[in-house]
Design a protein around this ligand. Structure first.
Ligand SMILES: [Zn+2]
Length: 97
């Protein structure tokens, strides 16, 4: 039986030292086996919104204990319209800078 885990990490933001939170999901086939199918998800600073994927200050990453998570529903079709409009919104915002 497969178990699904969610891992969370936090490290200081390069711009504002606020908490950048990043996560990954992983699958473990059995308790003794190491995790497979690790999927990294996007990192974002909770203070300023800076998207920083890796910690640049060594030794300052906090790892939170993995938690069991329900497996994602693969059969659910992605909501394309919503994703696309959110993406366009993001692009428009970047043009303003
Ligand atoms: Zn920040």
């Amino acid at each position: 039986m497969k178990t699904y885990y969610l891992h969370l990490r936090a490290f200081p933001c390069d711009l504002c030292q606020g908490p950048v939170v990043t996560g990954s999901t992983a699958v473990r086939e059995r308790d003794i086996e190491k995790e497979t199918e690790i999927t990294e998800v996007g990192a974002i600073c909770l203070s300023c919104g800076h998207r920083q994927s890796e910690a640049t200050a060594p030794g300052r990453t906090r790892d939170f204990p993995p938690v069991l998570w329900e497996p994602p529903k693969a059969s659910t079709p992605p909501v394309m319209g919503h994703t696309a409009s959110a993406y366009r919104e993001m692009l428009n915002r970047e043009e303003l800078h």
